[in-house]
Design a protein around this ligand. Structure first.
Ligand code: COA
Length: 505
């Protein structure tokens, strides 16, 4: 049985220059009957271009004759060494999203090893190795393929489809990005207006839900009410199991859900405070209407744009816990409402979406910049988590936090300056007390600051997050349904050895 990568790899590797066109690369791959080419520049490996990259390019309707390989390749790909064991290549391929890895010998490219090459070895392994253990918390485990977006933790970069999410937040409306996720492309001016207008007509609560909301809103938190309300919505609108629907039906449900969730949440918020819900206005954008329904006042344009940018930044973010939950539920053939109810439950946990209000509570508790060092030091030594810091995937600055720090800065105010001072202190103290863990601010820290500055009440921070993430969840549910296989992993049993005699009653 081959044990070293050298015995399995294809050599010599097929390469292509970074400034070749996509059509040249495609011709090359087609002629050589391969699924990927290694991209080189001045003899150094700078990337890899795979069939998946070509599909992404094709989906975005670019001209393959003028578009360069450099723009579509995966940059700085992981590599394996020629004398690595097969297991090293196997974990490289399965723990990341790759199907091909360049093979190097003392830095020189000597071959390519593919998932298919490795499967020939995997197939002849003993059966008891099939149920491989994975890291706790499934860290780094690839459980699905997606073309919705991805997160590159080491680079501090994430994207929706083929676009940088932060660039989208700089230049596009929430509705445009919503269209990108649902339909796979950014709309032109006309498409943008018609998509936004269509979504705006779907904001009203259906009558049954509107009647029940005063009861649903009392007790618990706004997210608890959202869970119940989404469940009621799906039942009232008669959404059948996903298994019995086609794409058009699922998309129509998803649009309705994305449009109505802000209405549900703002109505819940007002009912909890003894106020009448403010009906949605179809002449306002998604973000402007959200702030309108929350307070009954038109918000200043700077606040609308800040909240809109926050909403864009939080639509999707890889296989986070709530998205994974939604996809697991969708994989059973359940309906969209069921998937989103589960996702809301996952989002409500402080380790996922429940942190921004806690981050602001922490700022309140710290009070003044001179108290930050001692406060944070005490908390970390006690074993507490500093809310708004650390991330499973980002081991550098979270790009959402960087963006929102800028948004907060442009809004201005004492809280923003104070938050920046606390951030600096927390990063220093965490680096000292938790060396090597690479703990920086995550999205939640400045999200709280931005939302507070824009007048969103603290208990509506995570619900505001739920408004945008609903669009991401629904996109993933549609993707799962389009190419479904039941998600059903296994667990290692560690209890008392069975079978033992059942004691008599
Ligand atoms: C987001 C989070 C859950 C990721 O956790 P994770 O990938 O499972 O990381 P781990 O729990 O394995 O933590 C690794 C180490 O860093 C420490 N750490 C992680 N986040 C920390 C934080 N916010 N404050 C203090 N220490 C932290 C852990 O204590 C652990 O230290 P140890 O090695 O001494 O045990 C975690 O960073 C966290 O709890 N952050 C605070 C909550 C938050 O802001 N959530 C919003 C996420 S967007």
């Amino acid at each position: 049985m081959p044990t070293a990568v050298a015995e399995l790899m294809s050599s010599p590797p097929v390469t292509c220059p970074a400034d070749a066109s996509l059509s040249e690369a495609t011709t090359l791959m087609d002629r050589r009957q391969i699924g990927a080419v290694v991209v080189t520049e001045r003899d150094a490996v700078v990337g890899i271009l795979t069939e998946r990259d070509l599909l992404r390019a094709a989906a975005s309707e670019i001209d393959p004759h003028t578009e360069s390989v450099r723009r579509w390749m995966t940059i700085d790909p992981d590599v394996v060494r020629v004398d690595d064991q097969v297991d090293a290549a196997w974990s490289g391929l399965t723990h990341h999203h790759y199907r091909h890895l360049p093979v190097v010998d003392h830095g020189d490219l000597v071959g390519v090893v593919s998932l298919r090459d490795l499967l020939t070895v995997a197939q002849i392994r003993p059966a008891d190795e099939a149920g491989a253990d994975v890291p706790r918390g499934l860290e780094g485990v690839v459980v699905a393929e997606t073309s919705v977006g991805d997160v590159r933790g080491q680079q501090g970069f994430y994207h929706y489809r083929q676009y940088s999410a932060t660039e989208l937040a700089s230049s596009r409306s929430f509705e445009d990005v919503w269209h990108l996720l649902f339909d796979g492309s950014l709309p032109d001016r006309e498409g943008s207006a018609s998509f936004a207008a269509r979504a705006a007509t779907l904001r009203d609560l259906p009558p049954g839900l509107a009647g029940l909301l005063p009861t649903v809103a009392t007790g618990g938190s706004p997210l608890d009410a959202l869970r119940t309300a989404v469940s009621l919505l799906g039942a009232e609108l008669g959404w059948p199991p996903g298994l019995d629907t086609d794409h058009d039906q699922r998309r129509a449900q998803a649009l309705r859900l994305g449009a109505v969730v802000p209405t549900i949440l703002t109505a819940v918020h007002r009912l909890r405070h003894g106020l009448d819900p403010v009906p949605p206005r179809s002449d306002l954008s998604h973000a402007a209407n959200y702030l309108w329904m929350l307070s009954g006042r038109e918000a200043p344009p700077a606040h609308v744009r800040a909240v809109e940018q926050y909403l864009i930044l939080t639509i999707d973010h890889g296989f986070n816990a709530s998205t994974f939950t939604a996809r697991v539920i969708a994989s059973t053939g359940a309906d969209l409402a069921a998937a989103v109810v589960g996702a809301v439950g996952a989002l409500s946990g402080p380790l996922h979406g429940g942190a921004p209000s806690r981050a602001l509570d922490m700022l309140d508790d710290i009070g003044t910049p001179d108290r930050a060092d001692a406060w944070i030091r005490r908390a970390v030594i006690r074993g507490d988590r500093i809310m708004g810091f650390g991330h499973r995937v980002y081991k550098t600055d979270d790009p959402r936090s960087v963006f929102l720090r800028g948004v907060a800065g442009s809004l201005g105010g004492d809280l923003v300056d104070f938050a920046e001072q606390v951030e600096r202190t927390a990063v220093e103290v965490l680096a000292e007390l938790k060396p090597g863990r690479q703990l920086y601010t995550n999205v939640e820290f400045f999200a709280g600051v931005v939302m507070h500055t824009c007048g969103i009440p603290r208990d509506m921070f995570t619900p505001t997050f739920a408004c945008s993430r609903t669009v991401g969840w629904a996109t993933h549910v549609m993707e799962q349904a389009a190419d479904n296989r039941l998600i059903r992993p296994a667990a290692r049993y560690v209890g008392p050895p069975p079978p033992q005699p059942v004691p008599a009653p």
